[in-house]
Design a protein around this ligand. Structure first.
Ligand SMILES: [Zn+2]
Length: 492
């Protein structure tokens, strides 16, 4: 009897385990799905650092240690080794990020122009999906009343622009964090933060002048900032500093001035790195889950080559190579250093598709970067392009320029001169050697792609002074160095 009871107990135990095991496995599968699958309505943070060239960051090669937060952030997320801005000017570039379209298809070719009314912007998609949307802007060239880029945002914080041409990253970050703290964490949000500090003048706050040991350099920086602010307040046009850095034909910066400006520029990068740290922390402290984050810049900054400082009218890598770091919610994604070429047109499809939306616009040629990184998504087109439309700035602009990239080579076309330059970015990332005669077959393929691009992309051949600007707005853009003070009429 005792033996039968024991056997029965044993059999029941086996049966119990057999019945329970699948339930345990099923529970584990469901738990893994719950943990690993991203929410279809994640919070989204888009950070654009104005004028931040890629190699100013530690994770892209700078060794001075000015970007510890962004470097850590890149290590635990997807860092694209190469990302190209479609246009090296602030308003066209941001319009591309927000619309997924090349400037030839969204209508903003230069600062001071409005976006076409038919172009749909990211916040419009997210509003329709129940998101709260907000933008915190730091530079005058992005103000809503000139660009129209505030369309679809619940909040477009550019009110400060009635008093100044720029806002510090510190103030912009404080405003964004305040907004995050006052919105319901139960409702998903799309928030865009634009940080402007690295843009000229390169005059960092005293706190960040760690590398400036020379008192004379520090005093010179103060003088530049004072002159700049005086110009900004009185809106009298570009001051001596801008003449110095924008026009090498009249004044040439000395090597020590170049070193001082580069050191100050890096200090401005350090300033925004602190802002990024505060923004990442703010998502945790305001009761929100890990957001989907894209961090990039609108363009780089020239400190060498055929002009000393600036951006907008050249397509060298210093002006168009930008950082691209993506944080996903998907915990199955391993941190990756991604060697597939990314573009700004990819931002919109990445954010929409990760939130369960699709892109059905024939003028949006980007792809989901997360799919691209995992090799499951190929680009439909073999070449990628960027362009520098002619600017209403007479002395430096070479007119309309296009560049084309394949996976290794880059070709630049200066349209008016029919001048081609070709570089092997694998062996010559600094673009020092024009190799167009070394690879005739590749030269033929890239030049043909550029010819097609010239025909298809409706860029103007001549610079037009934006006609919609008031005299005050014109002066403010002159103060930022975007317009010559004497460019008061169309150049046609
Ligand atoms: Zn910019």
């Amino acid at each position: 009897m005792r033996s039968n009871n024991t056997r029965s107990y044993f059999l029941w135990s086996i049966l119990f385990v057999l019945l329970l095991s699948p339930l345990i496995v099923l529970h584990q599968i469901l738990e893994n799905l719950r943990v690993n699958l991203p929410s279809r309505r994640p919070d989204i943070m888009l950070i654009t650092i104005d004028t931040c060239r890629k190699d100013a960051l530690g994770c892209y090669g700078e060794s001075s240690g000015h970007s510890p937060t962004i470097d850590r952030f890149s290590k635990s997320n997807m860092q694209f080794i190469a990302c190209i801005a479609q246009c090296p000017t602030t308003a066209p570039s941001h319009a591309t990020i927000l619309s997924g379209k090349d400037p030839a298809f969204h209508g903003i070719y230069s600062n001071g122009m409005p976006i076409e009314a038919s172009v749909r912007l990211l916040p419009e998609f997210f509003s329709r999906k129940g998101y709260r949307t907000a933008a915190f802007i730091s530079g005058y060239s992005l103000i809503d009343r000139v660009t129209g880029l505030g369309r679809g945002f619940d909040v477009y914080d550019d009110e400060w622009s009635t008093r100044s041409v720029e806002r510090s990253g510190d103030d912009t970050t404080r405003a964004a964090i305040h907004w995050l703290g006052t919105t319901d964490p139960g409702v998903p949000c799309f928030v865009w933060i634009h940080l402007f500090d690295p843009h000229s003048p390169y005059a960092p706050p005293e706190l960040f002048r760690r590398t400036l040991s020379d008192p004379a350099s520090s005093a010179a920086t103060d003088a530049h900032r004072a002159a700049y602010e005086k110009n900004a307040q009185t809106a009298l046009g570009a001051g001596d500093f801008n003449v110095l850095v924008k026009d090498p034909t009249s004044l040439t910066a000395t090597p020590s001035e170049i070193r001082m400006n580069w050191a100050n520029y890096l200090e401005e990068v350090a300033t925004v790195d602190r802002c990024v740290e505060r923004l990442l922390i703010a998502f945790r402290t305001t009761g929100r889950e890990k957001p989907l984050v894209i961090l990039t810049s609108d363009h780089g900054e020239g400190f060498e080559k055929d002009y000393y400082f600036g951006h907008g009218d050249r397509l060298w890598e210093s002006a168009v190579a930008v950082p691209m770091i993506v944080q996903t919610q998907d915990r199955r994604s391993k941190p990756k250093l991604v060697d597939r070429l990314a573009h700004h047109i990819d931002v919109l499809p990445t954010l929409l598709e990760e939130c369960g939306m699709s892109v059905d616009d024939k003028d949006c040629h980007g792809v989901n970067l997360i799919g691209l990184a995992s090799n499951s998504r190929m680009r439909p087109e073999p070449f990628l392009f960027c362009s520098a439309p002619p600017l209403p700035r007479k002395k430096l602009s070479k007119g309309l320029m296009h560049a084309v990239y394949d996976s290794r080579f880059k070709m630049i076309l200066t349209v008016d001169q029919s001048e081609y330059s070709m570089f092997d970015l694998q062996t010559d990332p600094a673009e020092t050697k024009n190799i167009q005669s070394d690879y005739p077959r590749i030269y033929t393929g890239l030049s043909h792609a550029l010819s097609q691009r010239s025909e298809q992309a409706a860029y103007p051949r001549n610079a037009r002074f934006p006609e919609n600007l008031s005299s005050h707005e014109t002066k403010q853009l002159e103060t930022l160095g975007y317009l010559d003070s004497d460019a008061g009429s169309n150049h046609e």
